[in-house]
Ligand binder design. Structure first.
Ligand code: M6R
Length: 610
């Protein structure tokens, strides 16, 4: 959590840093701050609240400076106060740092520093880092030696950017366990937690490895490894452009991202199928011999990415012959699930920076599994640590509630399932072709649904005053019920629970009454009749019912108050369609309730702490 950004160049640093922080605000929005280098020393400006509050404060005050660092905070150590807002300075005021991550041995370090007479003015772990930097620098007089020594002293995860009053036109960065990317422009350099922070200025990126130290300056970029040895990093030109990080006429990022789902599916499928066959052999580097070594698949993820994995589990069960386990990363990493060289372990993470997912991957890898990442962020920690990667083609997702990346993750997992089915011989060429033909139709069908937003808005108006919702579904629709409930609770703060429809009578049915709407995900599939019985049970308890069903289903209208129809598709592909009305429902209910949809309370997009 937290976003950091740094700039050295010829332009107004305050403007560039504020712009960068706004693009990183999805990482945290408790407080924001800047440290700018001026003729009179370092100027620190901070504000509790959002970046816009800091920007307002700056309007009449910011001096012109061409060099600085900035931070947007998601509080971990210490409350949301001005004193705890970053940047933090050392006692002399010559060093200032911004930090993303957690220092686990912070209490020991603080005690040690206090014994030496250091006075802390915040409750943050970050402040210990800046005091250590000042101490090591006074001992060595060498900033590289200082940062090498610092890494040896700190335990935990950190991405740091540091500015020093007397260093001409340069910023130092360190990356260990938390994301940090470097950007180089024409006579200007950047560092940030994520690429969108500086996309308006450059698309030339260098990804730092664990322990790397970087100097960004007017002259360019220098990188060293954790021992202070020079390190070459290739410059990669990213294919994201700045319009992808803007709202493009939509009121909210989330709404824009819902509407981008047809395009995301089209780009995810593009070039990955040919003539009715799956075509990702080269991308994954697997052949029949490789996949014959595996008999188990583990899929591990958190939140929405976990629900995409649950959808994939049902498809893999059908199309392949593996023994499949799906778990949330925070559980998987501490369980004793058998994992070895006969395991394909797939880690699904939009950001590629989720701490639990990364830790789970490291565990599976150490046990001999072949590890694969499905992620939206090239160069992310997860993408760099695994054996195989499949990138989503979703573009940056800025709304904290995941929408288009859920769709992209399901699509990527389906492609992997098709590939495995083919290589294992469990899918016949005819079946493969039939599935791919239908898969290629899904982007159009999603776009048909997107046109029905106003219909779902009308529905939202009827239910926005309810305090509790139940979502139900069976089979492949159960994870969609889970995702629908998660979307509603995270952006509208309405209590919503999801159950496998058949589980209702084992407890949750006790909750049903006229004030508790039940949203049933019931496409025409093999379990239709079963879910219909569960709907009847809910109706008998006078719960209002909304059904997400397949077009032409005239039968269901007898039992429910409202229906939203999806276009017809094969059972396996229904999740791409049934999820769209649930995303719109959550969005419009949250809008009617006046919530901060793109930045819901207490959440951050990228959960980089355990
Ligand atoms: O970046 P990741 O996919 O690893 O993130 C996982 C979850 O934190 C994320 O899906 C979260 O549940 C979202 N807020 C859901 O909208």
């Amino acid at each position: 959590m937290c976003g950091i950004v740094g700039y050295v160049g010829k332009r107004n640093a305050a403007e560039i840093l504020i712009d960068g922080l706004k693009r990183l605000e999805y990482r945290g929005y408790d407080s924001a701050g800047l440290a700018l280098k001026t003729d009179k020393g370092l100027l620190i400006l901070k504000e509790v609240g959002k970046v816009a509050d800091l920007e307002r404060m700056l309007q009449d005050r910011a001096p012109v400076s061409n060099q600085g660092i900035g931070h947007t905070r998601w509080a971990t150590h210490g409350g949301v106060t001005l004193a705890n807002a970053h940047p933090h300075k050392d006692g002399s005021g010559r060093f200032a740092i911004v930090h993303n991550g957690i220092i686990e041995n912070f209490m020991d370090l603080k005690e040690e520093l206090e014994r030496d007479g250091v006075v802390f003015i915040s409750e943050t772990d970050t402040e210990a880092i800046v005091h250590l930097i000042a101490r090591f620098y006074s001992e060595t007089g060498d900033i590289l030696a200082t940062l090498v020594a610092l890494q040896k002293k700190l335990r935990g995860s950190f991405a740091l950017a540091m500015i020093q009053q007397d260093f001409p036109d340069r910023i130092y960065c360190v990356r260990k366990g938390s994301p940090l990317v470097i950007g180089s422009g024409n006579g200007e350099s950047f560092c940030a937690s994520d690429v969108p922070a500086f996309l308006p200025y450059t698309r030339n990126i260098q990804y730092l490895d664990e322990g790397d130290i970087a100097e960004i300056s007017l002259q360019g970029i220098k990188i060293w490894d954790e021992n202070g040895e020079p390190s070459e990093k290739p410059v990669v030109t990213v294919d994201w452009d700045v319009t992808m990080t803007e709202k493009s006429g939509f009121s909210h990022y989330m709404l824009k991202e819902i509407h981008e789902q047809g395009m995301v599916l089209r780009s995810t499928l593009k070039g990955r199928t040919a003539d009715g066959r799956i075509s990702i052999d080269q991308e994954l580097g697997w052949d029949a011999e490789t996949v014959s070594r595996w008999d188990k698949i583990h899929i591990v993820a958190c939140g929405t990415s976990y629900y995409a994995s649950l959808v994939a589990e049902r498809v893999l069960e059908k199309w392949t012959d593996f023994d499949i386990k799906v778990d949330v990363a925070s559980e998987y990493r501490y369980r004793h699930i058998r994992c070895d060289s006969s395991t394909l372990a797939i880690f699904v993470s939009q950001s590629g920076e989720t701490a639990d997912t990364i830790a789970a991957q490291r565990k599976a890898r150490s046990e001999g599994a072949h590890c694969m990442a499905i992620t939206n962020v090239r160069g992310s920690t997860l993408a760099r640590e695994v054996h195989s990667v499949m990138l989503l083609k979703a573009g940056p997702e800025i709304g904290v509630a995941a929408t288009k990346t859920f769709t992209g993750q399901m699509a990527a997992l389906f492609l992997v399932a098709l590939q495995l089915g083919r290589l294992r011989g469990t899918l016949s060429p005819e079946e493969e072709e039939r599935l791919i033909n239908e898969f290629l139709q899904i982007p159009y069908k999603v776009e048909l649904l997107l046109e029905r937003e106003q219909e779902i808005r009308g529905l939202a108006m009827n239910y926005a005053d309810k305090s509790n919702f139940l979502f139900i579904g069976r089979g492949i629709s159960f994870p969609i019920a889970l995702e629908g409930a998660l979307k509603l609770k995270e952006i509208s703060y309405i209590h919503a629970e999801a159950y496998a429809a058949g589980e209702m009578k084992h407890g949750p049915i006790a909750l049903l009454e006229p004030e508790v709407p039940v949203v049933a995900v019931i496409p025409r599939d093999g379990l239709y009749e079963k879910t219909l019985s569960n709907i009847q049970e809910a109706k008998a308890r006078n719960a209002p019912l909304i059904a997400i069903c397949t077009e032409g289903d005239t039968h269901i209208a007898k039992y429910v108050q409202a229906v939203v129809e999806i276009p017809w598709t094969d059972e396996e592909f229904t999740p791409f369609l049934t999820v769209v009305p649930l995303q719109f429902l959550a969005f419009h209910i949250a809008l009617l309730k006046g919530k901060e949809i793109d930045q819901p309370r207490n959440l951050a997009k990228s959960v980089t702490v355990e």
